[in-house]
Write a protein that binds this ligand. Structure first.
Ligand code: BES
Ligand code: ZN
Ligand code: ZN
Length: 504
């Protein structure tokens, strides 16, 4: 695990393998910054920048040998691009660019100078804490790799072990130290979610997913209860049992709980889709899109990550995490298209397509969530390919009945860049999931698939306020993102932590 720390220091004094300075792309600011560096390097810095044609564009990085003019042997300048487009995300990505460069150079210790954003930028006046968290996230998350199964050709280069944020002004260091301790927790839980997502289906299945949740709960001190199949049968979770019917591995229902301790805290129930592998069942998927369905438990992974972070950050909320978990397999005893299942609470569903299984297991959990008398229920699920078609990988689809919480999520999403985009819950589309033989049907035809899936879920939340996040496109990345390699991204974790940190 990479060490993350903060200290008071100057560029000259800081001891590291490289010092990183963020550089604004605007010509005037750019020149001002280069001129300031003459103090250490004389005119050499101007020549070097000109020679390498470094313009501080977004994604640009320039590494220079410092020849003992400062303690660190290298100076790394990273571009922020156009000044008027500056944002926390720009700093997050620039920090990632520097960290990845440090990795290719086999550096062990990288030190970032805390940037001072231009004072005259309307609309961008970040708090020191937010800036430090963003830089830490960009650095730490960009270095994430899932390579524990690679035994051959593993590079034995030294790894980046330490990241330091330093500030030449003593005054801000306390705040940066606090920010770094928060970022540590945010990054840990994001990477926990990524590890669970990326783990193959023969490592993470319902029992081992539950074990992972229990391990986290035990380590950090929140509550975890796990129902085995018998209890799931007794409680009548017919959706979960139906989806599980074709699998050799038994299902689990995981109940996590954290209480901030104070009285009268708001209860928020998080529900995460925990399909540890989605073959589609009898309505089997084509092979080309099947392997990535080991990540169909990304909603569950996010819920576990958020529970852990909320506990470590001692957030002022009463948080409940519910995870229905099973594989979706086409065994001889599998659920058939046309079958009818009875959910917790008594509603029935006609199963038209066994590949629309997420909503079947969520239905039980959403109905069960009422027990906790929640202020709001928020579910996270890799629910529909339709949502990926609509929004791609840059925003999770958001639908629900709680406009307040959706506004909060929107704001948290913009800040963390773990973004959401609201889709309409048009009730007219409900007719598409009407069934002639049961209360509801589990598919709604070709069009507006993300919406009809959400309308299905809505039937089970009763009168409770509720928000659904379809993370199918954001949690499962098909290509690298600046600070997430392709694969499981941990989507939803940073989003929810940010919302919960600013809940009241
Ligand atoms: N897990 C999938 C959704 C999914 C698709 C997630 C692509 C990530 C990437 C879900 O269980 C599913 O198969 N949904 C079907 C629903 C359809 C049968 C109504 C889909 O979206 O095709
Ligand atoms: Zn499916
Ligand atoms: Zn699925």
């Amino acid at each position: 695990m990479i060490k993350l720390r903060a200290q008071h220091s100057t560029i000259r004094q800081i001891k590291a393998d490289a010092v990183v300075q963020f550089v604004a792309g605007d010509a005037k600011l750019f020149q001002r910054q280069v001129t300031a560096l003459r103090k250490y390097f004389g005119k050499r810095i101007d020549h070097f920048v000109a020679l390498e044609q470094f313009k501080a564009k977004e994604g640009e990085v320039l590494t220079m040998v410092t020849e003992k003019k400062i303690n660190a042997p290298r100076l790394m300048l990273v571009g922020l691009g156009e000044t008027k487009k500056l944002s926390l995300e720009r700093y997050r990505r620039a920090a990632a660019t520097a960290a990845k460069k440090a990795r290719t150079l086999s550096l062990k210790h990288l030190a970032y100078e805390m940037p001072v954003p231009p004072a005259d930028l309307p609309g961008f006046t970040p708090a020191v804490e937010d800036m430090a968290v963003a830089i830490s996230e960009g650095a730490v998350l960009s270095l994430y790799k899932f390579d524990k199964y690679v035994t051959e050709k593993k590079e034995h280069k030294p790894k980046l072990k330490e990241i330091t944020l330093f500030d030449p002004a003593d005054a801000g260091v306390k705040e940066i130290k606090h920010a770094v301790s928060v970022a540590r927790i945010i990054c840990d839980s994001t990477c926990l979610a990524r590890d669970l997502e990326n783990a193959p289906g023969n490592e993470i299945y319902p029992e081992t997913l539950a074990d992972a949740a229990k391990r986290s709960a035990e380590e950090y001190g929140y509550n975890a209860k796990v129902w085995e199949k018998k209890r799931i049968e007794k409680e009548g979770f017919g959706g979960l049992l139906g989806v599980n019917a074709g699998s050799a591995r038994p299902p689990r229902f995981i109940i996590l709980e954290y209480n901030g301790g104070k009285k009268d805290l708001d209860t928020i129930v998080l529900v995460g889709k925990g399909i540890t592998f989605d073959s589609g069942g009898i309505s089997i998927k084509p092979p080309s899109s099947m392997a990535e369905m080991k990540m169909d438990m990304s909603g569950a992974a996010a819920v576990i990550g958020v529970m852990e972070a909320a506990t470590r950050l001692r957030l002022d909320v009463h948080l409940v995490g519910l995870v229905p978990s099973t594989e979706n397999m086409p065994g001889g005893s599998a659920m058939r298209p046309g079958d009818i299942v009875k959910h917790y609470g008594g509603k029935t569903t006609e199963v038209d397509n066994t590949d629309a299984e997420g909503r079947l297991i969520l239905a039980d959990a959403l109905a069960y969530a009422a027990k906790f008398k929640p202020k709001v229920i928020i579910d996270l699920a890799t629910l529909t390919g339709a949502c990926v078609v609509a929004l791609g990988s840059l925003a999770s689809g958001m639908m629900g009945t709680d406009e307040d919480v959706m506004a909060k999520l929107k704001k948290a999403g913009e800040k963390t860049f773990d973004r959401v985009w609201q889709l309409p819950l048009f009730e007219d589309y409900e007719k598409h999931i009407k069934s002639d033989v049961a209360d509801v049907k589990n598919v709604g035809g070709r069009w507006a698939g993300a919406i009809t899936a959400a309308l299905f879920l809505k039937k089970f939340v009763g009168d409770h306020k509720w928000v659904h996040l379809d993370i199918a496109g954001t949690a499962i990345l098909e290509e690298d993102f600046p600070y997430a390699p392709k694969g499981g991204s941990g989507a939803g974790v940073r989003l929810l932590i940010e919302m919960l940190r600013t809940w009241k």
